[in-house]
Write a protein that binds this ligand. Structure first.
Ligand code: XMP
Ligand code: MG
Length: 179
């Protein structure tokens, strides 16, 4: 597994430090609010587990699982909901937690959906932001690291469902894709 990694982009220590800072910021910003931390499966689960333990105010958590419909090479922006939220979002201040904001199509779809369901507020926290590939008009409200336009894995992020268990974020060797 490790032998497939070209380079470590963000170390375990750097991640822990940023996640702690982010948790403190969120705890301040959401004090007195009805916070629902909503993870988007599967990629967000490692980040979410670490982040929520750095949040020091009362909150509820829930998850959604989605997949994007891709027609040929282009993603359409239409998202298929595989697992919906269990909690009624009405009157919650929702913080969507994602692994990476890439084209932004997935999160802009999810955000619109939650607006329709009358959430009080909706904000986005992503571990990684890859602005070079943005298509939708969307930005993370909270993010830990900006990454270049390279395919990254680890700390929840996968390539073909593998590498999620790496404790850092790394770039895959090209020969892994070409295999
Ligand atoms: P969009 O384009 O809708 O995509 O912002 C979001 C989802 O695409 C996946 N994604 C990646 N996964 N390494 C990954 O392991 C990457 O570099 C990468 N870029 C996008 C990810 O699942 C994200 O939730
Ligand atoms: Mg994802």
């Amino acid at each position: 597994m490790k032998e497939d990694i070209l380079k470590v982009l963000i170390s375990e220590q750097e991640i822990a430090q940023k996640v702690a800072q982010l948790g403190a910021q969120i705890s301040k910003d959401y004090a007195g609010k009805k916070l629902l931390v909503l993870g988007v499966l599967k990629g967000s689960f490692v980040f979410m587990a670490d982040l929520m333990r750095q949040i020091t105010i009362p909150c509820q958590i829930d998850f959604m699982a989605v997949s994007s419909y891709s027609s040929g090479v282009k993603t359409s922006g239409v998202v298929k909901i595989i697992k919906d939220i269990d909690i009624d979002p009405l009157d919650f201040d929702i913080l969507i937690v994602e692994d990476i904001l890439d084209s932004g199509l997935t999160l802009s779809y999810l955000k619109d959906l939650l607006v329709q369901r009358n959430a009080s507020s909706i904000h986005i926290a992503t571990l990684l932001d890859k602005p070079a590939r943005r298509v939708a008009d969307i930005k993370p409200d909270y993010t830990c690291f900006e990454v270049p336009d390279e395919f990254v894995v680890g700390y929840g992020l996968d390539y073909a469902e593998k590498y999620r268990n790496l404790p850092y974020v790394g770039v895959l060797k090209p020969e892994v894709y070409e295999k």
